[in-house]
Design a protein around this ligand. Structure first.
Ligand SMILES: C[S@@+](CC[C@H](N)C(=O)[O-])C[C@H]1O[C@@H](n2cnc3c(N)ncnc32)[C@H](O)[C@@H]1O
Length: 258
């Protein structure tokens, strides 16, 4: 099971030196990623454009790795984990689902297969990963399920209808998002949630100082995210049962206040 190192500040010089000494083989890859990210940051006007460029570069190298899975086996297992959890919490075929940052449908293809045709709606800032998502639909023979896959520039969700989605889901998205992006989502998700619907998101949790690495990986304290959700009129709770699963991130669920 991936260990959650909750007090580590991965941005600190001490941690970085220690990590490099423990894993000298990973240093060249880290340096090339840092150089690429420096360049992409200079040429991107904002975080979303920057991260879209990161995804373009990563997807070219391989879509599964771009969403964080080093092998097809891991991709399948991570998708099953997301799917089994939500079905265990009551996701039914008649539900309408919005999958924010759906990637190449690692979890998504299972949701598409489970839900009634037309009930899966995936959005992502990266057109490149959405092309890969279309390939997943073909490979898994799910054309008849008619999923919607839409590129977005932001998380205002303003083109989506009120009170529509029973389940909104963002897996490994806020772990790559600065707080204003997380806040934009929390400020707007309540409007699209159906009565009784819920929004689950994962995040990289720290119990120390909040920090980020290379503007790609963001570490938040639980109370920061719970308070942010509360400020936008949402009722939020930490999902203890998710902690027992083999996944390095934590999960929060929010509901629209009645
Ligand atoms: C680590 S991948 C996870 C993909 C998918 N949720 C899964 O679990 O396989 C993160 C995805 O979120 C997308 N993403 C990152 N920031 C986003 C944002 N602000 N709005 C929408 N999508 C975003 C990325 O393009 C990428 O496809």
């Amino acid at each position: 099971m991936p260990e959650k190192k909750l007090s580590v500040n991965r941005a600190s010089l001490g941690h970085r030196i220690g990590y490099a000494l423990r894993h000298p083989d990973r240093v060249p890859r880290h340096l090339s990623r840092a150089a690429r990210d420096l360049w992409l940051r200079r040429t991107s006007p904002d975080h979303v454009s920057y991260y879209r460029a990161v995804m373009r570069s990563d997807t070219r190298a391989g879509p599964d790795a771009a969403v964080g899975s080093g092998s097809r086996e891991r991709w399948m297992a991570l998708g099953a984990l997301q799917f089994d959890y939500l079905v265990g919490h009551g996701l039914r075929p008649e539900h309408r689902m919005l999958d924010i940052g759906c990637g190449n449908l690692r979890g998504g293809w299972r949701f598409v297969r489970h839900l009634d045709p037309g009930h899966y709606y995936g959005i992502d800032i990266s057109p490149d990963i959405l092309f890969a998502a279309q390939e997943t639909i073909v490979r898994m023979d799910l054309r008849d399920r008619l999923p919607v896959l839409t590129p977005v520039r932001d998380l205002t969700l303003r083109f989506l209808p009120d009170s529509h989605f029973d389940v909104v889901h963002a897996h490994s998205v806020f772990s790559h998002s600065p707080l204003p992006v997380v806040e934009e989502c929390l400020a707007n998700v309540g409007r699209v949630l159906a009565p009784g619907g819920w929004f689950d998101f994962t995040f990289d949790r720290t119990e120390g100082k909040e920090h980020q690495v290379l503007r790609e990986d963001f570490y938040y304290r639980t109370e920061t995210l719970l308070a942010l959700a509360g400020r936008h009129g949402l009722r939020a709770g930490f999902m203890d049962d998710w902690e027992r699963l083999p996944h390095g991130q934590s999960k929060i669920r929010v509901f629209r206040q009645p």
